[in-house]
Design a protein around this ligand. Structure first.
Ligand SMILES: Cc1ncc(COP(=O)(O)O)c(C=O)c1O
Length: 435
């Protein structure tokens, strides 16, 4: 569709440059800390920037130890492996520590949350999503434990910066003696009220992971951290992340190692960003609130959160089109076709319109159980097995919250450098999609 010449969009001109989904916001001190590292020749995986960010993050999160790594994915890998070794012991070098084991995983998330289960030869079992925060559904999780009572590990993510139902999930985990790896890559600075106390995401489970990827709420261009309250776990992750050297005069190895430690240069960028985390969160919250207000007359809802129990970091603002206002669209594995119907719209149409005017949105995460790589993995909903539930001879409804969110939802431009005027134009474009 030629949006620029469509009368529905008359009077709107493309943005100069681009309105990003979520791009890095630098403040100046990042350069100073990077320069300092180069001037003093600490251009390595040790140095003052690394020490500083580990201390500052541990203090901010309220956990005992933070170990800075090359990415959130690396943090998730070591966290998953650490949990696996705690549960099942050290594996042979050519075998993953989860070989032959199932792990209950968030379904609607980025695949980096769950891939470490496969790195360790485990089988991810995907747990459907609830509608209150778009995270792992505790009811479906309990169902999964009924079906597979031997499972001892849960990997869950807090989507788009909104904490999941941790109180319920922690109780279920405790009941079944399971450990939890918490993927807080998107939710740094988000809080959850547990027993009347606000706790940071990343400190709500046995092992926490955060990311400083370029699109996150603060960034180092890359980088991540493993968070823990155990000195043994922190030391083990430091050892694994620097090639697992034993205490010997030569390179002696008794377990598999990784090159996962962060660079002191990248840590310098993060060090410069840290004082601005709370400002970024406040800016992102305002963006979410302006969308909520500006879109309130449309047949949509925003990504939800429970004011009593959570303080999101509002990393991405998202919207969900009401079922009766969803225009026809179909998606194959790699393409989609949508059709405009007056008074309705679809994620594809809105994303294409935004793109035509140089604004970046994104579909919601495609659920893991729908991904070709994981299509044969088990998927558990509130009704039990989420696969093979329809019957050619009996009319029935099939519950699949993740698929429904993916079908009707999208992430909106959420860059904290977007001006109010620019956001108003984005809001206007979305309105015109429904004309
Ligand atoms: C939910 C989630 N988990 C994990 C990651 C991986 O983090 P990284 O890119 O730092 O490896 C990301 C983002 O990139 C993410 O959004």
């Amino acid at each position: 569709m030629d949006f620029l010449n469509d009368p529905r969009f008359s009077g709107i001109t493309p943005f100069d440059g681009r309105i990003w989904l979520s791009s890095p916001t630098m403040h100046g001190d990042e350069q100073r800390f990077v320069d300092e590292a180069i001037r003093t020749n600490w251009v390595s995986t040790v140095g003052a920037n690394i020490n500083e960010i580990e201390n500052e993050i541990a203090q901010y999160i309220g956990c005992q130890y933070a170990v800075a790594l090359s990415s959130g994915t690396a943090a998730l890998h070591v966290a998953t492996k650490l949990a696996a070794e705690k549960l099942y012991g050290q594996a042979r070098p050519e075998q993953g520590s989860l070989a032959g084991r199932k792990v209950f995983c968030s379904d609607v998330t980025f695949d980096a949350s769950v891939n470490p289960v496969a790195y360790e030869d485990g089988e991810a079992v995907f747990i459907d999503t609830e509608r209150d925060s778009w995270n792992m559904d505790p009811v479906a999780l309990e169902k999964a434990f009924e079906m597979y009572p031997d499972v001892k590990l849960i990997v869950l993510a807090h989507l788009y910066g909104t904490p999941g139902k941790m109180e319920e999930i922690r109780k279920i985990a405790e009941k079944h003696g399971a450990l939890i790896v918490e993927d807080a890559a998107e939710s740094l600075g988000a809080k959850y009220k547990l027993d009347g106390e606000w706790i940071e995401t990343g400190n709500l489970a046995d092992y926490g992971c955060i990311s400083f990827n370029g699109n996150k709420i603060i960034t180092g261009s890359s980088g991540g951290m493993f968070l823990t309250n155990s000195i043994e776990d922190a030391n083990k992750v430091k050892k694994w992340s620097t090639q697992s050297r034993e205490n010997a005069p030569w390179y002696q190895h008794e377990e598999i190692g990784y090159n996962y430690r962060i660079s002191n240069i990248v840590a310098g960028i993060i060090r410069g960003q840290l004082p601005h985390l709370d400002t970024h969160i406040a800016q992102k919250k305002k963006i979410w609130e302006r969308y909520k207000e500006g879109l309130k007359d449309l047949p949509i809802s925003m990504n939800p959160w429970d004011e009593e129990k959570v303080q999101p970091n509002f990393w991405l603002s998202c919207m969900l089109i009401n079922e009766d206002a969803l225009a026809p669209h179909v998606r194959s594995d790699k393409e989609e076709i949508w059709h405009h119907v007056s008074g309705k719209s679809s994620p594809g149409e809105i994303l294409a319109a935004l793109s035509a005017f140089h604004a970046e949105g994104r579909p919601l995460w495609k659920p893991m159980h729908m991904q070709p790589i994981y299509q044969m993995n088990k998927f558990i909903t509130v009704d039990g097995n989420g696969r093979a539930r329809s019957n050619a001879y009996i009319e029935s409804e099939v519950t699949d919250v993740g698929a429904d969110l993916f079908r009707r939802g999208l992430c909106l431009p959420s860059d904290n450098k977007m001006t109010e005027h620019q956001q108003d134009i984005v809001i206007d474009i979305i309105h015109r999609c429904f004309k």
